[in-house]
Design a protein around this ligand. Structure first.
Ligand SMILES: [Fe+2]
Ligand SMILES: [Fe+2]
Length: 308
């Protein structure tokens, strides 16, 4: 069972990471629908605003509470998040709350009193609403995916991407539910399972990037393909490791090396996109988004490396 300080800290870190991820998924959906589907655009916008509001609340609760390590990991915001949002807002015409990003960039770690029952109950109430909202968006993504797969809906998002962001919403929901029962969502006992999940996610990011590049970007296409192959193998290895400790240790080490490389590739890609040096239809915020998910996976792997 998590102690009160652990529950507070882990909850706020989980929300800081995933609420922004969910807010951006809402944006990707909103920008991916065509004009005819004004109703879906509006629903995605409502999700975006609801996640934005919960994230604002989380940022207010989290200052000084979270670990220095999580701030430094750049899983919440990176140095590229703000410029990526600015350009994405200009290109899409969809408004993005840049003040919230500024507040996140100013977040500091390790100074507050974590033994406060008031803070604990504020966090409990926040988690309850995040559980409801993550379940609702997972359901919405499922409805959109089915409509696309039955050819009743057109969007610029690949079906695999819609399924991918649906799985991420479900993981967020499961993590919150565990927290509300006093359990660590990133328990090292779940290392094989979580590494299978995130290695698959990393591989799919490479596939999205591969398919969103201009056909003339042959070198980047090949690099993205080789990352996809590498992560496909790692996913299978993590699945096969099950509860075998030495197998998990080996997969953790290999995943760590691969995640570092793909993070660097994603980060460099974001910077080149921001400088308009890559030909693609990748929206800048998507490139920064996948970089943050790689940073999150790296933080998780470093914990597993120490504890498994
Ligand atoms: Fe995502
Ligand atoms: Fe993702």
């Amino acid at each position: 069972m998590l102690t009160r300080p652990e529950y507070i800290r882990k909850s706020l870190e989980t929300n800081l990471f995933f609420l922004r991820i969910m807010k951006e998924h809402s944006f990707f959906l909103e920008a991916g629908f065509v004009c005819k589907d004004a109703n879906l655009i509006q629903q995605a916008e409502l999700f975006k605003n609801a996640f934005n509001a919960l994230l604002t609340e989380t940022v207010n609760l989290a200052n000084g509470v979270i670990t220095q390590e999580s701030v430094a990991s750049q899983e919440f915001v990176t140095n590229n998040t703000l410029p990526a949002e600015q350009i994405t807002q200009n290109l899409s015409g969809v408004p993005i709350d840049l003040n919230l990003t500024q507040a996140e960039l100013a977040l500091a770690g390790n100074s507050a009193n974590l033994n406060s029952p008031q803070l604990e109950s504020a966090v409990y109430y926040l988690n309850q609403r995040a559980i409801a909202l993550s379940a609702a968006i997972a359901q919405f993504k499922g409805v959109v995916l089915n409509a696309v797969l039955s050819c009743n809906l057109y969007t610029t998002l690949f079906p695999l991407l819609i399924d991918h962001i649906r799985r991420e919403a479900i993981l967020f929901n499961i993590s919150l539910t565990r927290l509300q029962s006093g359990l660590n969502p990133d328990d090292p006992a779940m290392a094989a399972q979580l590494e299978a999940f995130w290695n698959r996610i990393m591989g799919e990011h490479s596939l999205f990037i591969r398919n969103l590049l201009d056909p003339t970007e042959e070198k980047l296409f090949a690099t993205a393909q080789s990352f996809a192959n590498q992560f496909k193998k790692l996913t299978a290895e993590a699945e096969a490791a099950d509860s075998n400790k030495s197998a998990i240790n080996a997969v953790t080490k290999r995943s760590l090396a691969a995640a570092k490389s793909v993070r660097d590739f994603n980060k460099q890609g974001t910077e080149l996109i921001l400088m308009c040096k890559i030909k693609s239809i990748i929206i800048p915020l998507l490139a920064d988004h996948v970089t943050r998910e790689a940073n999150h996976f790296l933080k998780l792997l470093k914990h597993f490396e120490m504890k498994v």
